[in-house]
Write a protein that binds this ligand. Structure first.
Ligand code: 9Z3
Length: 335
C-alpha cells in the first residue's frame, strides 16, 4: 500500500443531500490503473492457472464459486472497516454439490467464512471436541452418534482432495475481490463454454478509493465521523464482455424488499447481458430463490417440512444450473 495519506473521505450523501456531490463512479479500467494489487495476487493466480490447465486437459467443466462478504477498509493501516453480510453458506454448500456432479471448483471466498465440507462442523453450536470420545485404549474416536454423517462428509472430502477437484483462495477486502476475480476469470477463459461463473459473494457496492483513504487510524478528537463512499466499478461488465469469453455466467441479486427483487434482477441482466440472475431475499434465502432470465422466471422453493428435514436449497439449484449449462454448451458450440 503506497498511496500517500489524505483527509478521510467525508459525507454520506444518501442521508445528507445538501452535502458534497459524490464523485461519479470510476470505470473498471481506471480502477485497476489507480489501485495497487494485493501482494498475494500473483501466487494465487498461478495456482489457479495450474488448476485450470489440469482440468482443461481432462475436458472437465470448471466452476468459479465466489462466496462470503467483502470488507471496505476505512484506513490504509486498517483498524476499522465496513463489512457486507454473508456467512458463506450458499457458496460453500453449492461447491459441494458442483463437485458431486463432476465439476472442478475454484472456491474464492472471504477468509474465515464457511468452506465446503468443514462447514458441517465449523459453525455448529458444538465445539469440535464435542464430536470426540476416548476409545478406552488411550486414543480418540468420533462419537458414535455423529460418525455416520461424518463418514459421509469425510468420503466426499477425500474424493475431492484425491482428484484435485477443489482449490480454495481467499479475499478480505473488496479490492482483493476485484483483483482476484479479474485474474481468475482471465485464467479460466481457455475453458470457454466449459466454464461456469457462480457469483454468490456479497460484494460491497460502495468503497473508499485508495487515493481518498486515510493512511493511519482516523482520530476521534475532531468529533463525529461522516463517511462518503464512492461506487465500486461494475465488474460484471468486463467479465461478460472480455474476461470470461463464452462462459456461463450466473450472478446473485440480494434484496430485502420483495417488491424490488424481480425488476432489479431483470435490470442487471439487461445491463450486463449475462445468462442468469438468481434473486433471493435476505430472510428467506435458504427456502426460496428465483431464476430470472430475459425470457422467464422460475421459482425454486423448499417446503417447511423439507427445511426441517435438512434439505438444502442448493440441492435443487445446482442440478437446475447444470441443465442450463448443458444447453448453453450445445448452443454456443453450434454458433
Ligand atoms: C447472494 O445473494 C447470496 O445468495 C447470499 C448468500 C449472500 C444472500 P450466505 O452467504 O448468503 O449463504 O449467508 N449473493 C449476492 C449478493 C450481492 O452482492 N449481489 C449484488 C447485488 O445484489 C450483485 S453481484 O447487487
Amino acid at each position: 500500500m503506497t498511496t500517500a495519506a489524505t483527509t478521510p473521505a467525508i459525507s454520506f450523501t444518501h442521508i445528507d443531500p445538501s452535502g458534497p456531490v459524490p464523485a461519479p463512479a470510476i470505470g473498471w479500467e481506471e480502477y485497476f490503473r489507480t489501485t495497487p494489487p494485493p501482494d498475494f495476487l500473483e501466487p494465487a493466480g498461478k495456482r489457479v492457472e495450474e488448476f485450470v490447465a489440469l482440468h482443461a486437459k481432462a475436458g472437465r467443466r470448471v466452476v468459479l464459486v465466489t462466496s462470503g462478504g467483502t470488507t471496505v477498509p476505512l484506513e490504509q493501516n486498517t483498524v476499522r472497516f465496513i463489512d457486507n453480510f454473508s456467512a458463506g453458506t450458499r457458496g460453500a454448500t453449492s461447491a459441494e454439490y458442483f463437485i458431486e456432479a463432476g465439476y472442478a471448483v475454484i472456491f474464492m471466498h472471504r477468509q474465515f467464512s464457511l468452506q465446503p465440507y468443514s462447514r458441517h462442523y465449523s459453525h455448529s453450536r458444538n465445539c469440535f471436541l464435542d464430536y470426540m470420545q476416548e476409545d478406552g485404549h488411550g486414543g480418540l474416536i468420533v462419537d458414535r452418534k455423529y460418525s455416520d454423517h461424518m463418514r459421509e462428509v469425510l468420503l466426499k472430502y477425500q474424493r475431492a482432495k484425491r482428484e484435485h477437484l477443489l482449490i480454495m483462495e481467499t479475499f478480505v477486502t473488496v479490492q482483493d475481490y476485484l483483483f482476484l476475480l479479474r485474474r481468475f476469470t482471465t485464467a479460466m477463459s481457455i475453458l470457454r463454454e466449459n466454464a461456469m461463473y457462480y457469483l454468490a459473494a456479497a460484494v460491497s457496492d460502495f468503497f473508499i478509493p485508495q487515493s481518498k483513504m486515510a493512511q493511519h487510524k482516523i482520530q476521534s478528537a475532531e468529533g463525529a465521523l461522516v463517511l462518503q463512499l464512492d461506487q465500486v466499478p461494475k465488474i460484471i461488465s468486463p467479465l461478460v464482455d472480455t474476461w470470461a469469453a463464452k462462459g456461463f455466467i450466473v450472478s446473485f441479486k440480494l434484496e430485502t424488499d420483495p417488491d424490488l427483487l424481480i425488476q432489479k434482477s431483470r435490470r442487471s441482466l439487461e445491463r450486463y447481458k449475462h445468462q442468469l440472475v438468481i434473486g433471493n431475499i435476505l430472510t428467506t434465502r435458504k427456502k426460496v430463490v428465483t431464476f430470472v432470465t430475459t425470457k422467464e422466471e422460475t421459482k425454486l422453493e423448499l417446503t417447511d417440512e423439507e427445511l426441517r428435514n435438512g434439505v438444502e436449497i442448493e440441492e435443487r439449484i445446482i442440478p437446475e444450473l447444470i441443465r442450463r449449462h448443458d444447453k448453453w454448451i450445445i448452443q454456443t458450440k453450434s454458433q
